[in-house]
Design a protein around this ligand. Structure first.
Ligand code: GAL
Length: 523
């Protein structure tokens, strides 16, 4: 993972305070092409290819060994490498990777058995997971062998032992902490957004089942990640899974795959055979301007501002927050050509806007009023947009909000979630907020340029027996619901960021679509 160092120079005494903020990891992982059929020579060849191809130079620095290296536990319970696949053991492989100036990643399961033992008939994976060997394995993997990253899967802990995710991953995290290597990075692989607790334990977490080398899979993962932008923050990332670029996707599908993984700040782990990667795919993976979106130090995930007729417009701040510079993607997952048009105002931008096409890496003619592009089927265009002014936002969708009690594990009925709803403005509502104060919908960055009085209009789906409490910067008001699905209330905002929450202590809140703001005067 690349870390950015910010130096804050304090004038008096010139004390330099270094603060680290992490960006998504970039590198290669063995799983997509080789599954459990890996070995020492193969890993070294891929590491060599990563350097030779120039991928290292643009930021791909991890070589991650996925499932398949397990041999057996010795009499003391210590994990041994697969004797045929890794005859020299796992330390020599990590040493080799490090000798190239790269970092080394490894894999395990939160339970006793690995996924490979269940799905790939890898008998050595039985008993190879971390369960009952947490501290022993952590010491061995990170101290003795010297690995820098671990992906922790859940087949053994889930299918076999039916453990609860949060306490299980917490126990593993504690064992890893004892090794005292603060640079070790953890990935939670539970194939769904695991819950907001994950940010205390891991740098990234998978949000979907396994990716496959197919358009349907890429499209599905993007769709799953659309409402999750609020969880990508403070150096923690939604993991959209390893890349299938350089395999069988078409040129435009590869653009979507790479472009949106960059817009959404997912880890970027190449998954093909790098010794035979097609030139076209390699050039895409090395596009520095797209990589810059992924490694942007704000660490934000683009969110959908316009969902229309099967097409999407996604946007995020880059470089600095709330300036007239933003990254914008016009995404067409449909099977026909579409003309996608988005008003600049929807992007909170105004004035003349200069566009730079980040795939072609060329500047386009400046536009006013709106951005329009004809986008081929299964394709995307991505622009760096530099407008003259940044507007105060007037709309906040429920699918942009943070839900403190949200998870996507599907274990309990009637848990708060982002429900697909054709009638909603962005295609989704938040359902099952309320029941207690904490089960809220939270918008953390409700922005006001100058502060003042506003009229807030909340839109929701018509439902009976619901209550609504709106909390602005901690001050709560009970809002009477009406039959026509909108309710308007006066609110006061501070200059800068405000927090708006919607909940209900005594019953469910209605399904919330969004709220809008209209400034009515000074405070
Ligand atoms: C899956 C995981 C894959 C891969 C595989 C190994 O559960 O999602 O990315 O690691 O296990 O068996």
């Amino acid at each position: 993972m690349k870390s950015m160092i910010f130096l804050v120079l304090m004038a008096a005494g010139s004390v330099a305070v270094a603060q680290q903020r992490k960006t998504p990891i970039m590198g290669w992982s063995s799983w997509n092409t080789y599954r459990v059929n890996i070995n020492d020579t193969l890993i070294r060849k891929q590491a060599d290819a990563l350097v030779r191809s120039g991928l290292k130079e643009v930021g791909y620095t991890y070589i991650n060994i996925d499932d398949g290296f397990f041999g057996y536990r010795d009499a003391q319970g210590a994990m041994q490498a697969h004797p045929q696949r890794f005859p020299g053991g796992m330390k020599v492989v990590a040493d080799y990777i490090h000798s190239l100036g790269l970092k080394a990643g490894i894999y395990s399961d939160a339970g006793a058995v690995t996924c490979g033992s269940i799905w790939d008939n890898d008998r050595n994976g039985i008993g190879a997971g971390l369960y009952g060997h947490e501290e022993q394995d952590a010491w061995q993997y990170f101290r003795e062998w010297g690995y820098d990253f671990i992906k922790i899967d859940y087949c053994g802990a889930g299918q076999e032992l039916d453990l609860d995710e949060q306490p299980r991953y917490t126990a593993i995290r504690k064992a890893i902490d004892k090794v005292e290597r603060e640079d070790v990075e953890i990935n939670i692989c539970r194939w769904a957004f695991p819950g907001t607790w994950a940010k205390e334990l891991a740098a990234s977490w998978r949000i979907s089942g396994d990716i496959s080398d197919s358009w349907a899979s890429v499209k599905h993962i993007v769709e799953k990640n659309l409402p999750l932008s609020a969880y990508c923050r403070d150096g923690h990332f939604n993991d959209m899974d390893m890349l299938e670029i350089g395999r069988s996707l078409t040129e435009s599908e590869e653009r979507v795959h790479f472009g949106l993984w960059c817009m959404m700040s997912s880890p970027l782990l190449v998954g093909c055979d790098m010794t035979t990667i097609p030139e076209r795919s390699l050039a895409l993976l090395k596009n520095r301007e797209l990589i810059a979106l992924n490694q942007d130090t704000l660490g934000l995930q683009a969110y959908p501002v316009q969902v229309l007729d099967g097409t999407y417009v996604l946007v995020k701040d880059i470089e600095r927050r709330r300036t007239p510079v933003r990254a914008v993607a016009l995404y067409n997952p449909t099977d026909t050509v579409r003309r996608i048009s988005v008003p600049l105002a929807e992007l909170e931008l105004a004035g003349k806007a200069r566009l730079r096409d980040l795939f072609a890496q060329e500047d386009l003619k400046a536009v006013e009023d709106s951005i329009v592009a004809t986008v081929a089927p299964h394709d995307v265009v991505i622009y760096r947009v530099e407008a003259e002014r940044r507007l105060e936002p007037t709309r906040y969708e429920a699918e942009w909000a943070y839900l403190p009690l949200f998870n996507d594990l599907g274990k309990r009925k009637k848990e708060i979630f982002y429900a697909v709803e054709g009638k909603a403005s962005g295609g989704r509502v938040v359902r099952y907020a309320g029941g207690c104060r904490e089960n809220a919908i939270v918008w953390n960055g409700v922005w006001s340029d100058k502060g003042g009085k506003y009229e807030m209009t909340v839109s929701y789906l018509p439902t009976e027996n619901r209550g609504l409490e709106v909390v602005v910067n901690g001050a709560s008001v009970q809002v009477p619901l009406s039959a026509d699905s909108v309710v308007t209330l006066p609110v006061v905002l501070h200059p800068g960021n405000n927090t708006v929450e919607m909940t209900c202590r005594t019953q469910w809140a209605p399904d919330i679509d969004r709220f809008t703001l209209k400034r009515t005067g000074d405070e």
